[in-house]
Design a protein around this ligand. Structure first.
Ligand code: CU
Length: 265
């Protein structure tokens, strides 16, 4: 009687886990959790790098790694939500009625602590990552400011125009020399637009009576797309033009061609 009081008869945590795992529903939820977590991780790590547009700047490389790692970090969260959804769906198909609600756990200290700590961790990772990235970009822009080439970008319903003050030309196509730091001064003639040279990995609002500035250094030769990323009227979807990153010699040649065609200011 002295040796076997109630304390001794309580199941150990290991035994309780085994007991819970005997439940078929629990095992199915776990299976779907692992499955969906793996699928979303594969989506981030394997599929994104293949589906993403061409990477033509350090900024675009940064965008890509943020998308990949945020997908991987959120994969277990999507995994658990979808696992319960899938399990409920299967049970409903089988005609099961839901079990009785378990006891409320609003006052369960360890659950509250784990939940708060995990949320804190996720938010901290996102904030620190974002701040570090933003800080790196501005430091980079300051360092390159004196050597940057200026392009004044104007959005209007429904086209883009690019003014190169040093070259004295204004065009509707955006050619840029490779490895040349660029400063875009962006504005609009009418409604709000958003300047988005996709493969360069930057995007900034184009607002009337205001100039927004964005910096980028294209580091790969090739064509890229320029789009408007702000719904700006009936032809918004067609507000796009061609961009080209090219060697300095090709760029100089392009500038003289534009001048010869009367594209000069
Ligand atoms: Cu627009």
């Amino acid at each position: 009687m002295e040796h076997h009081d109630d304390e001794d008869l309580k199941p150990t945590p290991g035994e309780r886990v085994k007991q819970v795992l005997k439940d078929r529903d629990v095992r199915q939820v776990l299976f779907f959790f692992v499955l969906f977590t793996a699928l979303f991780s594969i989506l981030g790590l394997w599929a994104y790098p293949r589906w993403m547009p061409n990477i033509m700047s350090k900024e675009m490389r940064g965008d890509e790694s943020i998308m990949i790692w945020f997908t991987v970090i959120s994969a277990p969260i999507a995994g658990i939500v979808l696992a319960f959804a899938m399990e409920s769906f299967i049970d409903i198909q089988k005609g099961d009625t839901p079990p009785e609600d378990g006891p409320a756990i609003s006052g369960h200290t360890s659950t509250v602590v784990i939940w708060t700590a995990l949320s804190f961790l996720f938010c901290t990772v996102a904030i620190v990552w974002g701040m570090t990235e933003m800080n790196t970009w501005s430091q980079d822009a300051i360092a390159k400011e004196s050597s940057a080439m200026v392009v004044n970008v104007t959005g209007a319903q429904w086209n883009w125009s690019f003014n190169y003050p040093a070259q004295g030309i204004t065009t509707h196509e955006l050619n840029l020399p490779v490895n040349q730091p660029i400063t875009f001064n962006v504005t609009s003639d009418d409604v709000n637009h958003s300047f988005w040279p996709v493969e360069l990995g930057v995007k900034v609002d184009a607002n009337r009576l205001a100039i927004t500035v964005v910096h980028v250094t294209p580091d790969k030769i090739g064509p890229f797309e320029v789009k408007c990323a702000e719904l700006c009227g009936i032809y918004h979807a067609y507000m796009e033009t061609n961009g080209q990153v090219e060697t300095r010699a090709d760029f100089d040649h392009w500038v003289s061609t534009v001048k010869a065609q009367g594209g000069a200011q």
